[in-house]
Design a protein around this ligand. Structure first.
Ligand SMILES: NC(=O)c1ccc[n+]([C@@H]2O[C@H](COP(=O)([O-])OP(=O)(O)OC[C@H]3O[C@@H](n4cnc5c(N)ncnc54)[C@H](OP(=O)(O)O)[C@@H]3O)[C@@H](O)[C@H]2O)c1
Length: 353
């Protein structure tokens, strides 16, 4: 079996999870280069990795470059993505810089894996909230044709980067000791024992940039801009595992039983309810989803006013299916289909507009 030279760029919350997922899934590794801004040695699951500073030459000979650096002009993918592609690698990027670029497929393999065919050397991984939502929404859309989606999220702090979890821990200790929290870290206010609906930059029409990401990315992945998306993103004081409360309206009539049948047969989705408990629980919870690959769906119930409405609750690990796992699955899909090598690689990739 052929083995591949792989680079992981960034060793924050997502990068570390990528190393873990590559090992756990026994990805056929010929070489694993671990890159970031600064050199050091890190330990992941008892194994030491020497982290090198990222340079264009870091990508010489690399076939798969998994980017988990920060976003924007000085971010890893914008700085080094084109260099990696020119050297023959396929770039799989976790950031938002290229997601909406027409030349860049935005992929969840279980839902739109075919979009990977004829890629141009760069593939985008969706936002963690989009991926968690789309795992059940994709199959339900295929079966019942979703017309309208209303989502409210309960997003874990690790979605805000590696340092955010430490911030929650510190704040929780301070509050428990009766101390006033004055250092909010990257959050707009205290996150310990609090809920923040104002955690993201507010953009057009009063929607946050996170809300816009979910709305536009869902349209691109489902290839259907006609779906009405209404999203409210909220940060809650959990460490790992995004929860989402979802209401859908469908073209075809939908019942909880029919939706449950579809979801039970959907790869990567696990229904949790009184018929199918998980670790003793009949409702999905972040503490169960953390560290797991599946998206857990429960609380499936009908809209009492309409035969075309359904409510459910989904929880997924934002660092795994929301980031690292999906990126590695994209690489596996490319290898399995023999699509790894770009036929027409992009010379430049544009940063997000
Ligand atoms: N956290 C999530 O749930 C989640 C989910 C989906 C997508 N994402 C996206 O995935 C990416 C990584 O997120 P994260 O939470 O892991 O961030 P993070 O914890 O802040 O870690 C960022 C890592 O990227 C490295 N880095 C930043 N700029 C770089 C550059 N120019 N060259 C090389 N390395 C660079 C940093 O290196 P140093 O350590 O040397 O400073 C650090 O190791 C982001 O784009 C994020 O939006 C995150």
């Amino acid at each position: 079996m052929k083995k591949f030279k792989v680079a992981v760029v960034g060793v924050g919350a997502v990068g570390v999870e990528m190393i873990r997922v590559l090992r756990q899934r026994r990805f056929p590794l010929d070489e694993l280069r671990v890159l970031a801004r600064s050199e050091r040695v890190i330990e992941v699951d008892g194994e030491k990795y020497s982290v090198k500073q990222t340079t264009p030459e870091s990508f010489d000979g690399v076939e798969v470059a998994l980017f988990a650096g920060t976003e924007g002009e000085k971010g890893a993918a914008v700085t080094f993505g084109a260099e990696a592609i020119q050297r023959g690698a396929v770039v799989i990027d976790n950031g938002s810089d290229f997601r909406m670029d027409d030349d860049v497929p935005l992929v969840i393999p279980e839902i739109n894996g075919d979009a990977l065919q004829n890629h141009h050397g760069v593939v985008a991984n969706p936002n963690c909230t989009t991926a968690t939502l789309l795992m059940p929404l994709g199959p339900l859309h295929k079966a019942f044709r979703v017309k309208r989606v209303i989502v409210s999220t309960y997003q874990a702090v690790s979605g805000a980067g590696g340092k955010a979890s430490e911030m929650l821990r510190q704040q929780a200790e301070m509050v428990a000791q009766g101390k006033k929290v004055t250092d909010f870290g990257g959050f707009p206010d205290r996150i310990a024992f609090n809920v923040l609906a104002n955690n993201w930059k507010i953009e057009e029409e009063g929607y946050s940039n996170e809300e816009w990401k979910v709305m536009t990315e869902a349209h691109k992945i489902l290839s259907d801009k006609s779906i009405q998306m209404i999203v409210t993103t909220v940060r809650v004081p959990t460490f790992v595992g995004h929860g989402e409360s979802v209401y859908i309206e469908t073209e075809k009539p939908i019942s909880p039983e029919a939706a449950r049948d579809v979801l039970s047969q959907s790869p990567g989705v696990r229904v949790v309810d009184e018929h199918s408990p998980y670790e003793g629980a009949t409702c999905p919870m972040p503490i169960h989803a953390a560290g797991k690959d599946e998206s857990f769906v429960g609380r499936i119930r009908r809209d009492l006013a309409s035969k075309n409405g359904l409510l459910f609750w989904v929880v997924g690990d934002n660092l795994r299916k929301g980031a690292a796992l999906n990126a590695v699955q994209i690489a596996e899909h490319l290898i399995q289909k023999n699509w790894l090598k770009a036929k027409t690689p992009l010379k430049k990739i544009a940063a997000a507009k």
